[in-house]
Design a protein around this ligand. Structure first.
Ligand code: NAD
Ligand code: MG
Length: 396
């Protein structure tokens, strides 16, 4: 078997660690070209030692000395590169054949897009980049004849149950609807007024998944599902009216595709990200992922409910953003990133997250997006506007 060279962007995060966990099970299939972290130099050095990475990228340049010292102490020969540009540089290298995009937020956009533009296979966990630059990804994938394989569990499930030729158009392959499941997060069935005093730790305490803090807050507000609706629109070339969300607290059914003849195909599994990661790594083959096997007789019941758009307005907002098109998804995502950070730092309350995002959508000017520079500029403007809103508490 020919070993594939893989670069893991964001290797110290939750998806990054899970990816390395799967890679460690298949040393004959994959070798690590580069690993990256924003600031956790100690953990990055340990990973480089274990996987004999050729390059270690630390995006916060101030930490480069610390990373070199940590590698020296481990007698590890991995070469240190620093700064944001280094992320795109390792992606472009000939040795990199596959890129796992597991950076959180819009910071992951440039290297993820670079991967597709360089003709590399992209395993995409970083949903924010697809939300803000979906059209650019679609164009780049078509021009370079590359495949983007979704790692987000819902989209990976859809990818698994859609026919191979879904790119020709959902209608032409008999698909009526994509049904995204949502766990409902830690505050499922809670009334709006009881959510006012939620703390960051409560919001990050997800019942089914162990994830980074940003996506955990997104799951609690249902903003995560909103981002995923937009992600699905681009990944599967779906119209907004072809995407539906259903709450499924057990997180066993990861998503479903409804076909014209009344058939509904679903992908099921334990809530463990190593399944979609292993699927994306090996596709179209299947490899061991170290995941507990699903035993439905033990689980007993699978429940489904309509989403509560009153307590969790973020989801409804996402559908409006999709209809608006243009730069609206960029504003939606940037405002959410800023609002989540403010919530985690206890500068705003839990219920203020969607109202800050809504206010940002109101104040930012609408615009069209054709190039990467425009995405980055709208992203910058939306962040400034959102910080101003939070500062003045305007529109809340
Ligand atoms: P995390 O916070 O655990 O890890 C983020 C990683 O990105 C870390 O390695 C960190 O060093 C790096 N990073 C952070 N800021 C950066 C910056 N400015 N520049 C460069 N690198 C930076 O996040 P996570 O939970 O692993 O999520 C990663 C992505 O995957 C997110 O987009 C998330 O929405 C998506 N995702 C995660 C899960 C999950 O189960 N955790 C599931 C589906 C999708
Ligand atoms: Mg998901």
């Amino acid at each position: 078997m020919v070993s594939q060279g893989i670069t893991v962007l964001g290797s110290t995060g939750s998806i990054g660690e899970n990816t390395l966990n799967v890679l460690a099970r298949h040393p004959d299939r994959y070798h690590v070209v580069a690993l990256s972290a924003h600031s956790n130099a100690t953990r990055l050095a340990e990973q480089c030692k274990q996987f004999q990475a050729l390059y270690a990228v630390i995006s916060d340049t101030a930490r480069a000395v610390e990373l070199q010292a940590a590698l020296d102490q481990l007698q590890c020969k991995t070469e240190v590169l620093a700064g944001r540009e280094a992320l795109s540089a390792v992606v472009k290298m000939d040795q990199t054949e596959v890129v796992m995009a597991a950076i959180v937020g819009a910071a992951g956009l440039e290297p993820s897009l670079q991967a597709v533009r360089s003709g590399k296979r992209l395993l995409l966990a970083n949903k924010e980049s697809m939300v803000i630059a979906g059209e650019l990804f679609r164009r780049a994938a078509a021009e370079n004849a590359t495949t983007i394989i979704p790692v987000d569990s819902e989209h990976n499930a859809l990818f698994q149950v859609l026919p191979r030729n879904f790119e020709t158009g959902l209608e032409s392959v008999g698909v009526e609807r994509l049904i995204l499941t949502a766990s409902g997060g830690p505050f499922l069935h809670k009334e709006r007024r009881s959510l006012r005093d939620i703390t960051p730790d409560e919001a990050c305490n997800h019942p089914n998944w162990d994830m980074g803090r940003k996506i955990s807050v997104d799951s609690a507000t249902l903003m995560n599902k909103g981002l995923e609706v937009i992600e699905a629109r681009w990944l599967f070339n779906a119209r907004p009216d072809q995407i539906e969300v259903i709450v499924h607290p057990q997180s066993i059914v990861h998503s479903m595709v409804a076909y014209r003849d009344g058939s509904v195909l679903a992908q099921l599994g334990m809530p463990d990200m190593r399944t979609p990661i292993a699927h994306a790594l090996a596709w179209p083959e299947r490899i061991e992922a170290g995941v507990k096997r699903l035993n439905l007789a033990e689980i007993h019941k699978l429940e489904f409910y309509p989403p509560d758009l009153e307590s969790f307005p973020g989801l409804g907002l996402a559908f409006k953003v999709l209809e608006a098109g243009g730069n609206a998804p960029v504003i939606f995502n940037a405002a959410n990133e800023i609002a989540v950070e403010a919530f985690l730092q206890q500068r705003i309350g839990f219920l203020e997250i969607p109202s800050v995002v809504s206010a940002a959508l109101d104040v930012c000017e609408a615009g069209k997006i054709e190039e990467l520079d425009e995405v980055l500029e709208f992203d910058r403007l939306a962040r400034t506007a959102t910080n101003r809103i939070i500062h003045s508490q305007k529109g809340i």
